[in-house]
Ligand binder design. Structure first.
Ligand code: NAD
Length: 468
């Protein structure tokens, strides 16, 4: 059997063509992904549509199978984690953690008990809310957490009784293809199809008449195209898009403690996290100390190949993203910003950039205003709390934000003023399967996780039974 195959109607399928996948730690191709042809996409959609009837009929069966899917994925960690590291760049421990987390999501939705929703039961009528599956779901994912982003969609979609056609990013297709094969060993044929191809394959999926819901994670620009493609058919939508999360440090914060956590959040997965801290606002009184503390942590971080023991930070995932991050850094220094630590690409093959702290930078500079999605963190000084919350909110993004203080109540008051889907106090980026997650403004439409996330894969039918 060829190494990397799609899963269509339960079968391992080779592409009619293929495209290379680059190892970002070496900057060269290490494998080929199948290119899904138009006919193969038709087969995937048809098999998902066929599988929907039987799959939607028996909820306890679905729950049992999802639990088995979680077990199967966990059991395949040694096989899948190296593929994820090779194509994404993240350290192996992070790849293993991502697989464990994906299994956790599958298990959460398998275990979730749902009560019947009887909203009226009196002498004259019984009225019940029934949540019906939508049908075929097109799931489209980005390259930063290919498996988690897929599991966040597959788990609730399947639990609710839908079937799925998943398309991973062309930068990181191989781990999702491997996961598709692992899950095919427990899922009925057609329930989960995994196809690979370029951006245009995503476009064809979003326009496909069999699809009743699109669940998309990626950039704002693509999210808008997806929404436009969904409109003629009134396909349902969940969009999880980009962010430019602010972290506001209050003047009573403990600099060392805060620096540890801010650094971890900003640089995890090499900064390629939708809810990474992407701009830090520090009060003038603490500014120098915080910038120094972040700089120390940046210099102490070991950058390298994710397969090497002790690597803390891998490469940026792909060349366009590398160029974008270096471009934003260059633009900031052109505008007078000071590089406190890092600032260079490593002199070795691959897309490595030193973890970089940028000081003396203001709103209005692209590095602060745009989503960098890489290992370069700007730290901006502020004087007045009202002014800084206004600056934090002065953006189309609205994914996450955090406030840091020795007085958590005071921090929470400020946090509640931030216009974003999740606000954290003295932490940043904490998520859980039961915790709804989504973006305000251009950062998204709808939420994933928890009951609201599950319900987004359903539509309501009201059953009203008259008694008398
Ligand atoms: P992207 O928008 O370029 O691509 C995402 C996916 O969409 C890929 O699979 C791509 O092939 C596909 N695609 C591209 N054009 C398409 C089209 N016209 N129709 C349908 N599909 C199409 O994003 P990316 O660069 O892979 O990912 C990085 C972005 O994802 C960042 O902005 C990041 O913040 C965001 N993100 C958001 C979340 C969240 O939960 N909010 C999580 C992770 C990443």
């Amino acid at each position: 059997m060829p190494e990397h195959v799609m899963t269509i109607d339960g079968a391992a399928v080779v592409g009619e063509g293929s495209f290379p996948v680059i190892d970002p730690a070496r900057g060269e191709a290490f494998g080929d992904a199948p290119e899904c042809s138009a006919d193969q996409l038709e087969e995937a959609m048809a098999s998902a549509a066929r599988a929907g009837g039987p799959w939607s009929g028996d909820e306890s069966h679905r729950r049992a199978i999802l639990a088995k899917a979680a077990d199967a994925l966990e059991a395949a960690v040694d096989e899948v984690a190296p593929v994820l590291t090779a194509e994404q760049g993240k350290p192996l421990a992070g790849a293993r953690g991502e697989i464990a987390s994906s299994a956790r999501w599958l298990r959460y939705f398998a275990d979730l008990d749902l009560d019947r929703e009887i909203i009226r039961d009196d002498d004259s009528a019984v009225v019940e809310i029934v949540r019906r599956p939508l049908g075929v779901v097109a799931a489209i994912t980005p390259w930063n957490f290919p498996l988690s982003m897929a599991a966040w969609k597959i788990a609730p979609a399947l639990r609710a009784g839908n079937t799925v056609v998943l398309k991973p990013s062309p930068f990181t297709p191989l781990s999702s293809l491997a996961m598709g094969q692992v899950l095919a060993s427990v899922l009925p044929a057609g329930v989960l199809n995994v196809v690979s191809g370029g951006d245009e394959l995503g476009g064809r999926m979003t326009e496909h008449p069999a699809v009743r819901k699109i669940s998309f994670t990626g950039s704002v620009a693509t999210g808008k195209k997806v929404a436009a493609a969904a409109a003629p058919d009134l396909k349902r939508l969940t969009l999880e898009l980009g962010g430019n999360d602010p972290a506001i440090v209050l003047d009573d914060a403990d600099v060392d403690r805060v620096a540890d956590r801010l650094f971890a959040s900003a640089f995890a997965n090499c900064g390629q996290v939708c809810i990474a801290v992407k701009r830090v606002y520090a009060p003038e009184r603490l500014y120098g100390a915080l910038v120094d503390a972040l700089g120390e942590r940046a210099r102490a971080t070991r950058v390298g190949d994710g397969r090497e023991e002790g690597t803390q930070l891998g490469p940026i995932n792909n060349r366009p993203q590398l160029e974008r991050v270096l471009g934003l850094l260059g633009d900031a220094t052109d505008h007078g910003a000071r590089v406190v630590a890092g600032g260079h690409r490593l002199d070795r093959p691959g897309y490595f950039v030193e973890p970089t702290i940028v000081a003396d930078v203001e709103d209005g500079v692209r590095l602060v205003d745009e989503e960098q999605f890489g290992p370069v963190l700007p730290v901006v000084a502020y004087r007045d709390l009202d002014e800084v919350t206004a600056r934090a909110n002065d953006t189309h993004f609205g994914l996450g934000g955090s406030v840091w203080s020795s007085d958590a109540d005071r921090a929470e008051q400020v946090a509640r003023r931030l216009e974003c889907g999740t606000v954290w106090v003295n932490t940043h980026g904490a998520l859980a399967p039961e915790q709804p997650f989504g973006g305000l403004k251009w950062s998204g439409v709808g939420v994933e996780h928890g009951l609201p996330g599950l319900f987004s894969y359903t539509e309501i039918q009201v059953v009203h039974r008259q008694k008398a």
